[in-house]
Structures are given as C-alpha cells and as structure tokens.
Design a protein around this ligand. Sequence first.
Ligand code: ADP
Length: 768
Amino acid sequence: MASLLNKLSLRQLNKVLKKVNSYSDKMKAMSDETLKHQTVLFKRRYMKGESLDHLLPEAFATIREASRRVLGMYAYDVQVLAGIALHKGKIAEMKTGEGKTLVATMPLYLNAITGKGVILITSNGYLARRDALEMGQVYKWLGLTVGIGVKEDAKESMDTDEKKKIYHSDIIYTTHSALTFDYLLDNLCINKEDKCMRDFYFVVIDEVDSVLLDAANMPLVISGAPRVQSNLYKSTDYFVGTLEEGDYEEEDRQVWLTPRGITKAEQFFGVNNLYTKDYYEVLRHINVALKAHFLFKRDEQYVVKDNKIMLLDKSSGRMVENTKLKCGQHQAIEVKEGLNPSSETRAMASITYQAFFNMFEKKSGMSGSVIEDRKEIKAVYDIDVVEIPTHIPIARKDLKDSYYGSFEEQFEASMKWLIRAHEKKQPVLVVTSSIEMSYIYSRVLLNHHIAHNVLNAYNVAKEAEIIKNAGQLGAVTIATAIAGRGTDIKLSDEVKQLGGLLVLGIGRMENQRLEKQARGRAGRQGDPGTSKFFVSLDDEIIKEYGAPSLKSYKNVKEITKKHITKMMDQAQKNYEISAYRSRNRTLEFDSSTSAQRTIIYTLRNRLLNDEIDYDELMNFIIKENIEDFFIADPTKDEMQRFILSHIEYHIDDTLSYKKEGLLQLAKERFLSKKKELEESNRYNQFMRIAILNALDNAWIEQVDYLEQLRATIGLRRYSQKNIIFEYHQEAYRAFEKMMDHAKKNVMKNVMLSSIVEEEKGTFTVMLP
Ligand code: ADP
C-alpha cells in the first residue's frame, strides 16, 4: 500500500520534472545578466496573478542553472524531484549524502518569489551557517537576500534591528530552537516596532524526524524570575530511595505510586491524604523524584560535568547547553546525584514544536530516515512522506543482524569484525547505544594498541572534524548514536577498493530511525560499504522492553532461533510504541495550552496594532468588574478598599455606596483620564501599555501554572479519573480565572497609573 502511494506520488512529481527539464536548454543559453534578471520577471508575473505551481518549471530551471554557474553543482533529476515534493508541502525521504542542501534551494527560491519570506531549519547552528553561506551565494546572485538566524557564538545576542533585518530577508537559515525562541520573545514585546518577525509562510525542515518526532516532547520554554527555593527535594529524594518494587509502577516513560506506595508516602510525610490541595507541593516533589530515580539514567539522558547536570540530545548524543528540565525535574536529578539543587525559575512563555510549526501556511521537510514514521507524521502534521530514489543505486551491503545471549559474546563478536577489517586497513565506525559502551570499546582498543577516535557528548567541538575523517585508511571511530549528522564521510579510492566504510552497530537502538542513520554513514552516493548490527539480551532496550521469558536464553552464546530473535526485535517495537504514546500525550495536553496561547497572542497583536476600541473595552471591563464585586454583597469597608485599589487613591464623602454609585464613579474617572491623555495625544499608547501589562502578567502566571499542572496531574492516575480530561477541565477553569484576574488588573492599571514625562516627546507609564 505504502509503496503504491509512493509510486503514484513519484509519477506526479516526474511529470513536473519533465517540465523543468524542458527549460534546461533555454536557461543554459541565457547570459548571466539575463539569468539573474529572471527573479524580477517571476516576481512581476506572480504579482499579476500567476501561481507558483505555474512558475515552478522555469524558476526551478533558473536556480538549477544558477547553481551550476555559481557553485559548480547542477541538481540531478532526483534532486529536482525532491525539490518539487518540498514545494508541494511534502517530506522527502532522501538517503544521506544525496545532497539535501542543494535540493532545498529550489523550493526556497520559488517560494521566496512571493516576497513573504521562507525559512530553512537545520538541526544545529553550525549547519545553518555553513549552508546559508554556501547556498547564499546563489540566492544573492539571483538578487535575493539571505538571513542567518543564529550567531557563530551561540552566547552572543542580537539586537532588535539586526533581528528584524534577518527576519525580513527573502530566505532565512536557522535552527528550530532559535526560531521558536525568537517567536516567543516577539510575543513579549510591548511596541509594534520591536516585533521582528513576519507572518509564517513556508518552511523546509532538514532532519525533519529529529525536530518533529524526537524533539516533540521537549517544549521550548522561556524562563523568568526565580522561584522560592524549595526544601522538599532532599526529603522526597530520600523517600523515593526507600521504595521497593511494587511501591511504584512504570509505563510509557511515566512512573507513579501504587496504592501501597501512596500509603508509604503518607506515613513518611505524616499526612492523611496526599491528594488534597494542601499537599500539592509534596506530591509534585515526589513526582519529580520518582522520575529522577526511575526514568532518568546517567550517561543516557544526562551527564554530570563540573558538578552540573548536562542534558544529552538523544539523537546526537551531544550535551545541550543552557537547557534545564522544567518544573523541578532538573533539581530532583541534581539531588539524586548528590549535588545541591540549583535555583528554579518560573516559565514565562512556552510552546511545543508541533504547535509552532503548525502555524506555517506550508511546511515540508527532508530526512534520511522518516519513512517508517509516515503514519504518525500524517496524523499529527498532515504531511505526506515521499521516498525519493537515489541518484546512483546504493551499493552498501546491510548484513543480517547477529544475536547473542550476553554483552560479553556480543562484544567479542563485534571486536572480531573490527580487528579483521582494521588489519586490512578498512575504516570502521562503531556506533554504540550509550556513552558507557563507547568507553568499553575505547579501553579495549587501547589495550590492543589500536589508534581510534571517540565521538561522544564530551567533545562537541571536534565532532565534525573527526567524522569527516572517519573514512580514511585505517581509521577507527567510535560514536554514540549518530553524532556529527550532516557531515560528509568521504572515501579515498584506496578505501573504496577495500570495500568502503564498515559500520558496526552495537545493540538494538531505541528506534529504527537511529539504526538507519547509523547504517547510512556508509555507502553514500553509491560508495561501497557494509553495515552490521550486534544485538544481545543485555541491550538496555531489550532488558526493559523485551518479554521477561527472554531471560532464560542468557546462557546461549549465539541466538539463531527465529522466534527468539523476533522476540528480541519486538522490544524495540514496544519502545517505539511507548515513545509514540508519550508524544501523543504531549500533544493531547498541548491542545489546551495552544488554544489559550492563540487567544492571548491574537489579542496581543490586536493591541499592538491598535485595533481595539478602547472605550468599548473599558466600559465592558468596568461593568463586569463592579458587577462581579457586588455578587458577594460587600460591606462599606470592602467597597472603600475596592475603590482605593481599582478606581482612585482618594475617597469622596459624597459617594453613594451602591453598585450604581461605583459604576458612575469609575466611568467618570475613566472619562476624565481619557480626556487628559487625549489632550497630549497619548491615549492609545497609554491604553496599550496598561492593558498589555495586565494581560501579560496574567498570562505568564497561567503558563507557569499549566506547566506545573501537567507535571503533577499524572500522579492522579490512581484517583480513577481520565487525566487528560481532567487536565483540560482544570486548564479551562484556570484560564477563566486568569481572564477575570486580567480584567481587574486592566482596570487598576488604567485608573491608577500615572504618566511621567521624561524628555520632550517621551514618557513612562508608572503602573500601580
Ligand atoms: P545530505 O545532507 O543529503 O547528506 P549534502 O547536502 O551534505 O547531503 O551533500 C553531500 C555532498 O554532495 C556535498 O559534498 C555536496 O556538495 C555534494 N553534492 C550534492 N549535490 C550535488 C550535485 N548535484 N552535483 C555535485 N555535487 C553535489
């Protein structure tokens, strides 16, 4: 079925390819000047109403020819095919080394004709800069502007003007995190002039699986003020350390207390019901401590460096700089590792990549390993995946996996392969599933006096350099997962004679994508190469997700029985299902947050653009606030306090203490304020600042609350409720409350703020 669909898609793409090819000679015959001028002509035609689809053949042929002249690279037919797929909003699966960088130039150029700004996402800043500089030569030659959204030194910041210039370029190269971060920042500014971004139009995501799948569970968060340091980390850590099997349960990367565990916790903390509001904080700390102990493993999800917890990027094995886990999870791991908990900050703005990328009018992507996940991609993002044939047939031999009873056997067998290849100087790349394992290989190689390079999270800087040389005569390289993605491994003729690069995969990995990427390091662009995986019952994934009955085969040296090896492979499938569920859960939770964020950001934009009728809004807010206040039948004292904190700093003796009296007072006060402000032409600006401040403060609180809620709601699993449903309900209730709160603060800000003139023409609003 899948391959039939693929054939159909390819057939359609091939039709368009023919049209592109029919323009090749015409473009070849053009002088440089005429070719360059095409961009202007396309723009004119687009303005006159011609569609991009109609312009495609000529535009693709133009940039294809321009790349030949500027870079000396002429896109192959399969590359054009992939480019067409991207323009159509699809994901192109292209093997490593097939030249995705060049592919992207074609749809980016075509879509940039609209003048709306198009974006290319790469998985790290180094690649974004490298590709923008190289491909940028072509765009510039054709008269387009190029922006790079990341600085060479990630710690360096950009000012507003610089950012604006970047985001107003025709074509932008950046990373998913830099772009998303800038988006959140853009929605924290209070002047229209400080907004740097334009509306989102077209995006091409390189290594799309790592962004849309692997990073799906890690929302991007902007942190604000520090939280009061909690002293519960140590006691909950100690408590969780006393738990025994049966006190807790684990599934789909979730862990929670069983009824027995709950009883233990209630005894330990001396409380009678852990699930009441009063013990919310205790519960939250238990939750993060449970996760720290049972879900987060040192050297897998994080490393300890200079007394700090550094997170590891799953797909590259790299340390992630400047990122901490949220909601106290980071602190819980610190305490588990015997460190002092670092300070915790509040979340100010957050978004998942899923929600972010779904804002684009059209999105597409490329990857060497995404076809297996086409169903999930379709369901979540509504994007089709097309498998693009390779330019030259793949010559790599993927040998059958071998299965062993224990790590010792697995290790010995793989070392035999390694040594045999090394003796004839064939380069070998060992890909392990953990850092620990990479050290074991390194140590044994040292004992054998075999020179080698180790690529893991501890030496980020040298990664690209090392991986580039992994194909040299006699090279032995050990890497965790697929560090150094996006760097070409080139082979000399001598190495090709020896059969190219040998990739040895150690252990079943978390998913097939990772294994495919590991294999794909060999045999690029029709090169010879070999890959082989060694699997054992000691592989983490099999120990955790395999059938318990597998244990009885521990003493078998090499496992060859089909039904057993199948059971071993099933462990990976189980893990993939659980990872899928966990991503899905994130999405389900996120739907509330997303809906709320959309409401707030839309409101913000209307405020920034002065599209709000402030009189109408204020009349509404004054009426609602005062009516709400009178529901509780307030005393005179309470009314006075209400006036002082919401209307004016002064109480008039003649005031009638009735609802109508207060309403009239507030309205009069507002009108006189308005008159005063209008005289100096500051009414709109003042209102915008006063309202935005109230709205932002309320929303920031809400973001933080939702983060916390999400982190703790899993623990209600035993209270017999559907947690997603409960979350949505609670999130909705909190939103209503937040809006009420914002309404009160708008009134307060508008009525009680004063304006301080600074220099001529500039002023500051002093908020109450
Ligand atoms: P991928 O990202 O798909 O692994 P790259 O974009 O890194 O591949 O390209 C791999 C190599 O192939 C690069 O050295 C690039 O310069 C080269 N290349 C790509 N397309 C062409 C082409 N049409 N003609 C010549 N060289 C090409």
